[in-house]
Design a protein around this ligand. Structure first.
Ligand code: ADP
Length: 500
């Protein structure tokens, strides 16, 4: 797989991975958070309403129970008076009646507060008490002879039921009073408990918002810085769900794609200009072999009959040699002009420099510039794309040629750095030099000091892009009137086992 295909595949995979995650937008997450707030507040309100409602119920019951106990206590007082002072039994009925109607008219409420069992017991006690009273009222008329014994029996039973009724009613009131007290305690504690829950929720929400918004924002910042530094690898997802930030990431990936495309266009368009420059030189260079071919062919035609076989063969050999020379010249240019598919390999710097010099040879000759190279034989290899690096070197050589007068000098050196992890290649010319005030701009795209048809201002910016993509960097030192040195650093290839 070529590097270009590989890049396209990485872009496709990143887009796919960004899109394929389940969607859970920040809007939905915020909505969910606020729903939680709402549910918690609703729960607090509901609990308060229910507590108040139950308190109201219990208080009503306590009032009923109080009145009921009062009526029974009164009935019992008149019951005692009846036995002690033979007062009218009607007084007792006068209090049992209201107690009974209290029970009946509030049966629903009493049942819900006391439960069915207690209500039935309370009712049964009252019924029994009433029945005994009726029996008492009937005694002297129906059975006068047994009146005394029957009366004392009824008196005992009445006393027993009466006290049971009061004890039971008092017990129930006491129990309900306890419940009311504990409900009040709860009612006081409840807002505090909810407050704690709210506090926890607020802290959680703040943290959640930080994670959902702030963290992706800082990651976006890091990503844009990374892109600004020239790292154009597509952005891949780092969170589980797809949200609004995923759309931003996808937009950034499109931007990265566009940037890459434009960078490639720049490289290509600059190459076209270099080809233009080279073509002029090459046309000139082709002139020599073509002239030789024409002359030799003319000699062959004219003297064919007069020369020996040996001489004819010699002339044909000359023709072949010159044709091959032309072919080589054209092949060099074609090799450089071919649409580059990025293909990285282990490369030898001295080969690269020699190839580039061959391409530019004619310009060098035309200018009469003396080019010297000083490259150690066993220099470690670098890893990169041959054509792109050729383009960078060619650009530096052509710029140097533009800057130097006739009989100038260009010196190309290469060496390893002291740490043995980089190779530095220096192109030093003794040309016009670059004025201080324009030095910071020369790597900017479209910056040129050359006339319109000679300069595009893309050479150095494209070269910088290529070198940085190779993990290296390019700097310049220049002095007006003395000359300029471009220094390129490229990382030494770490040769894997199979390359050794
Ligand atoms: P171009 O060559 O099309 O102008 P470049 O990006 O290659 O574009 O160069 C930008 C500018 O840098 C040049 O116009 C020139 O002013 C300056 N420059 C580059 N190389 C040299 C050099 N060796 N000597 C002097 N000036 C140079």
């Amino acid at each position: 797989m070529t590097q270009e295909n590989h890049i396209e595949d990485a872009e496709y995979q990143a887009e796919k991975a960004l899109k394929e995650r389940p969607r859970f937008s920040i809007r939905s997450r915020l909505l969910l958070g606020f729903m939680l707030f709402f549910i918690l507040s609703a729960a607090a309100e509901l609990t308060a309403i229910i507590t108040l409602h139950r308190l109201e119920e219990k208080t009503r019951f306590l009032v009923i129970a109080d009145r009921y106990t009062y009526e029974i206590q009164q009935a019992r007082r008149f019951e005692k008076n009846f036995f002690l002072y033979q007062t009218d039994l009607q007084y007792v009925f006068d209090h049992v009646g209201p107690a009974e109607s209290l029970m009946n008219s509030n049966s629903q409420e009493l049942r819900s507060v006391l439960g069915d069992d207690n209500y039935i017991v309370l009712n049964a006690h009252l019924e029994k008490y009433k029945e005994l009273l009726f029996q008492l009222a009937a005694i002297d008329t129906v059975l006068p002879e047994n009146a005394e014994t029957r009366m004392s029996e009824i008196e005992n039973e009445l006393r027993q039921y009466g006290s049971q009724m009061i004890t039971f009613a008092l017990q129930l009131s006491e129990r309900e009073l306890d419940t009311v007290r504990s409900m009040f305690r709860w009612a006081k504690l409840l807002p505090l408990i909810f407050l704690v829950f709210f506090l926890i929720l607020v802290i959680y929400m703040a943290n959640f918002l930080f994670r959902q918004i702030n963290r992706p924002l800082s990651r976006l910042m890091e990503l844009t810085e990374r892109i600004a530094e020239g790292d154009l690898t597509p952005i891949t997802p780092f969170r589980k769900y797809r949200d609004e930030f995923s759309n931003v990431n996808m937009a950034l990936n499109h931007m990265i794609h566009e940037l890459k495309r434009r960078q490639e266009l720049m490289i290509e368009s600059h190459k076209l200009r270099a080809i233009g420059t080279l073509t002029a030189g090459i046309a000139h260079e082709l002139n020599n072999p073509l002239n030789n071919i024409t002359l030799t062919a003319a000699v062959l035609e004219e003297d064919y009959e007069n020369i020996s076989d040996e001489q004819r063969l010699e002339l044909v050999r000359d023709l072949v040699k010159e044709a091959q020379r032309s072919e080589r010249i054209v092949r060099n240019l074609l090799g450089f002009a071919r649409k580059s598919e990025i293909e990285t390999k282990h490369l030898d710097i001295s080969d690269l420099i020699a190839e580039t010099l061959k391409l530019a040879q004619n310009q060098v000759n035309l200018k009469g510039v003396k080019v010297t190279t000083s490259i150690p034989v066993n220099l470690p290899k670098i890893h990169g794309d041959r054509q792109q690096l050729n383009q960078v070197f060619l650009n530096l050589i052509l710029n140097a040629l533009d800057a130097i007068d006739k009989n100038g000098k260009l010196n190309i050196t290469a060496e390893t750095t002291s740490m043995f992890d980089f190779i530095t290649i220096k192109f030093t010319d003794n040309g016009s030099g670059i004025p201080h005030h324009i030095l910071p701009s020369i790597f900017d795209p479209f910056f040129t000091t050359k006339p319109t048809r000679r300069g595009t201002g893309l050479g150095l910016s494209v070269s910088k892009g290529i070198i940085e993509e190779h993990g290296g960097n390019i700097t310049v030192e220049s002095e007006v009137g003395t000359g300029t040195t471009f220094i390129i650093s490229l990382p030494i290839a770490r040769i894997p086992a199979e390359f050794k």
